[in-house]
Design a protein around this ligand. Structure first.
Ligand SMILES: Cc1cc2nc3c(=O)[nH]c(=O)nc-3n(C[C@H](O)[C@H](O)[C@H](O)COP(=O)(O)O)c2cc1C
Length: 424
């Protein structure tokens, strides 16, 4: 992707070095434009050393610095596919909000028509909360292609504590990489419901049974659908990866963290009716213990007097399949331990006839000799997947990263949707 990285005069400007390096490392072409204010904090040359394609400063429109055409701000606006201003000062924010164009960066912004602009404000809390700044942010939010990233709370460079910090790189990355490239027409927008991660089955106030699912799989799926302009309701476990929360920066996502299967089932029941696609990727607890309100004492554990009673938890996917409407598509996931053969996947499909069932093997192998447990599936970036439709294994153990799996699912959904639409 061709990124124009604008850097302005915030104390956080030095963090633009790392952000620029990250973007280049991720395979993007980056042109940097520094404001007059930015030059009080950082150096132009450093971006060149870090690999930026070109680096310009505020007055370069008038210094015969050419790039792809006779007028610099026009050629820059035509060249870039995304504009990222990181950090964004209160001053430049005010200028952009009021359509000013008194330096290279603001002139470029005014010359770009609907290029997505991603703004990362960073300033003192008072500046951020000032009515004028709030008004300026609201003005820009009226434009569909302007996106604001929220700031972090913490100790600021000036010594105050509060809102206004530039977010960490990993957070920055989520939105700039996955910001929807297009906004879909209303009729094209689909509602996707995804469950991911593990629920817990509490025994007493301090103990519970769970599994090793981290929620990464569903997170990648949610990101893919959000990037394509769809709306996502994501249900995850309370301990699922914190990266899931970074998705809150997207406009059309709702994230529901759930502890027990019962809680997840109840919340899903309230929203499942309107979804176009239901993806059950969560490893939910299949049973729920009769909860003991006070901690079970060690003595009772020793004497084997726990007498744990439990009941089967609601099968969230099965419940959905029972009430599913004709246009709604469903994807189930099945995780088996390695000793179980593919017929277990088929057997699951026979019980829950989803439009697509994705099987994979998942386990943690613990033991004294393994300082870190050996894992497959859980918490790993890739795995072997089995795609089952109509009780037939169509793809047998194809190796995919979880990101690739999300892409496959997205393509599958488009195809199925097109087939359905052609029949009505
Ligand atoms: C030490 C220092 C730190 C500053 N930090 C910030 C900041 O974090 N955010 C901000 O909006 N302005 C900050 N300012 C004020 C801006 O640098 C000033 O408004 C400048 O005109 C911004 O120029 P620009 O918008 O052209 O980059 C700071 C100023 C100083 C002297």
């Amino acid at each position: 992707m061709k990124i124009l990285l604008g850097v302005t005069g915030s104390i956080a400007a030095y963090k633009a070095y790392d952000a620029c390096r990250m973007m280049i490392k991720d395979g993007h072409e980056v042109i940097v434009v520094l404001t007059k204010g930015a030059l009080r904090f950082i150096k132009k040359e450093t971006f060149t050393y870090l690999g930026a394609k070109r680096v310009f400063s505020h007055e370069d429109d008038f210094t015969e610095q050419l790039f792809d055409g006779p007028v610099l701000h026009i050629s820059l606006a035509k060249w870039c596919e995304k504009i990222i201003i990181l950090p964004l000062s209160a001053n430049t924010l005010a200028k952009i909000a009021h359509g000013q164009a008194d330096d290279l960066l603001t002139s470029t912004l005014l010359s770009s028509s609907e290029t997505p602009v991603l703004l990362y404000p960073a300033m003192n809390t008072q500046m951020l909360l000032h009515k004028r700044t709030a008004q300026n942010i609201s003005l820009l939010k009226e434009f569909p292609y302007y996106h604001f990233h929220s700031t972090d709370e913490g100790l600021l460079a000036c010594g105050d504590t509060g809102e206004g910090k530039l977010p960490a790189l990993e957070k920055i990355k989520t939105l700039y990489e996955w910001l929807p490239a297009c906004s879909l027409e209303e009729s094209q927008v689909k509602k996707i419901l995804i469950t991911t991660g593990a629920t817990i089955s509490p025994i007493d106030p301090v103990r519970y049974i769970t599994n090793g699912s981290t929620g990464i799989t569903g997170m990648y799926m949610a990101r893919k659908f959000l990037q394509q302009g769809h709306h996502v309701d994501l249900f995850c476990g309370i301990h699922s990866t914190k990266e899931i929360d970074y998705l809150k920066e997207f406009k059309h996502v709702r994230i529901f963290r759930c502890s027990t299967t019962k809680e997840m089932a109840k919340k899903i029941q309230q929203v499942r009716e309107n979804c176009d696609l239901f993806i059950a990727a969560a490893a939910v607890s299949d049973f729920e213990f009769a909860y003991r309100p006070s901690k079970i004492k060690k003595e009772a554990l020793r004497l084997n007097e726990m007498n744990l009673s439990y009941e089967m938890a609601e099968d969230i996917l099965l419940s959905f399949l029972k009430v599913k409407k004709e246009h709604q598509l469903s994807i189930g996931m099945a995780a088996e331990s390695k000793d179980h053969g593919t017929h277990y996947f088929i057997e699951k499909w026979m019980r829950k006839k989803t439009d697509l069932l994705i099987g994979n093997y998942a386990f943690h192998q613990y033991g004294d000799e393994n300082e870190v447990p050996l894992s497959m599936g859980f918490g790993q970036e890739s795995n072997g997947y089995y795609f089952i439709e109509e009780g037939q294994v169509l793809q047998n153990n194809i190796s995919l990263s979880k990101n690739q799996l999300a892409n496959e699912i997205y393509q599958w959904f488009l195809t199925k949707k097109a087939v359905y639409d052609s029949t009505i």
